[in-house]
Each structure stands twice: as structure tokens, then as C-alpha cells.
Design a protein around this ligand. Sequence first.
Ligand SMILES: Nc1ncnc2c1ncn2[C@@H]1O[C@H](COP(=O)(O)OP(=O)(O)OP(=O)(O)O)[C@@H](O)[C@H]1O
Length: 273
Amino acid sequence: MTEQRLPYSPHLGPPGAVVTDLTVDRGNVRALDSVSLTAAAGEITVLLGPNGSGKSTLLESLLGLVTPTAGTVRVLGQPVRKALRSGRVAAVPQKDAIDERFPITAAEVVMQGRRRFTGPWRRPSATDRDAVAAALTRVGLDAVASRGIGELSGGQRRRVLLARCLAQEADLLLLDEPFNGMDAGSEEVYIDVLRELTAAGRTALISTHHLTTVDRLADSVALLNGRLVAHGPVAETTTPQILSTLLGARPRTVDDTPAASGSAPITAEEALS
Ligand SMILES: Nc1ncnc2c1ncn2[C@@H]1O[C@H](COP(=O)(O)OP(=O)(O)OP(=O)(O)O)[C@@H](O)[C@H]1O
């Protein structure tokens, strides 16, 4: 499936992320193999694929955390490092990056998003404090603003990290498996917030292996299994035929030898979970 999108929208600006022929080797594993993908401004693009299919590696490439073996990466129309310096890129990693023993409140975590405006040393202004309060309210957590982050549930912590993205006023959000361990109510709030952000022209690129969430979440779906299997609207990409292609395409090693695979038939939902 080829992409039909314009590379540049005069109303929304450059796409949030563009990778072209991106290949990334991690040790002996070819984690990404010649992937070309555009995450358009104003859209939620979902990266869907089984464990080890390269979703995190793609997000890490956009954050300059892994070095491409080949290919190019552009973020917000700029080289990665320049875009990151601008503070317009917000990321939430898959593993909870907050040490829950660290004595920091939910509001202080969200205030980290304001560093782009305050710099590392300046004291937060009333505008910064208002932005933090508004972000916590938007994710439904104003009541826990002064609670220690370690006292919050996993789902609440993920909403705090989304509030930090809101406070940052980032133009590109890179979210790695944000729905892991999240209850239905939190998930609904989370998706609503992402919809508002993209309706305002921002870009969200989200990895998941939850097939059931994709329908409600995605404007477009990129199916990954080392290679890009398909990219397009949900209805066109999550068909049984394309999903079976996705699950049949096994991760490859650097020397291009297909890795060993199990042969028992399984459903798409099982294989992605
Ligand atoms: N730090 C690393 N060192 C070596 N290999 C790695 C490293 N991180 C990932 N890999 C390998 O790269 C491949 C892609 O992994 P990646 O984490 O990008 O997949 P993923 O789709 O995000 O998986 P998951 O759904 O399990 O998070 C896998 O084969 C993995 O074992």
C-alpha cells in the first residue's frame, strides 16, 4: 500500500516525522529494514506490530537515541537534533521513566514540560503554573497535583506524563505503548486529549500492539514487522489478509536470514498481544 499523503500541508506545516529508507541494526538484529513512513501533521498515526517488530526502534530513531545504519530521519521538517533542541518534541517511553521512590509530585513532573519556556534555571512564572494546572485538569488529575508520583497508579502516572506533553505544548508526540495497564476510563480520556491535539494540527505517533484500541485511536495505521507491511486508514490496513501478511513477515537478522518462527496457527489478536 503506497502513501497518498502530501508531504507538506500549507495549513498544518511540515509532517511531524518522515523516515526514508530507514535501516537500523541493533547488534546482530536488523530491527528496521528500509522503512519509509510519514506521520502527517493533524493525524494520529499508530505503529502496530508484534513484539520485536521495531516500533520502539522507530520512535527511538526519531529521538536520536539510535543511529541509522542507512536512510534519513526528519522531525518537524528538520534534522533530528535541531528539532529536539527546539523543545517541540515530547516523548513518553515504554518503560515508566519516573523512579517512583523519587520525591517529586505530579505537578512537578508536569512542570518539567515547561522547561522549554523557563529554561533549566528560571523560576516558573504564573503562566507556567497555570499551564501545569490546566494540563492536569485536562487529564482529570487536578485532585492529585500535590501527591507524590510514587503514590499514583500506573494508569494515573501515564496520564501525568501526557499532561507533561500538554504543558510542553509540543508539536510532535511520540508515545511508546501508552495504553499498557490502563483502564477503560483512562484510555478514553487519553484518546480524547490526543484527538484535541491533532485537531489543532499537532502530530501523534503512537506504538501499540493492542489491536482493539486502534479502531478508536488511529487516523492511519503503519503495520511494522521489521519492514513496513502497510500504511493507510484503519479499514484498509487491519484487514485479515494484511494482518496475516504482517504476522507472516518475521523479523530478520542483519545477514537477512529469516529468524526461526513457530508454526502453530494463532489469531491476529493473540499474535499482537
Ligand atoms: N538495546 C538493544 N540491543 C540489541 N537489540 C535490541 C535492543 N533493543 C531492541 N533490540 C532488538 O531490536 C528488535 C526490535 O525491537 P523493538 O524494541 O524496536 O521492537 P518493538 O516492536 O518495540 O517490541 P515490543 O512490542 O516488544 O516493545 C528486536 O529484535 C529487539 O530484540
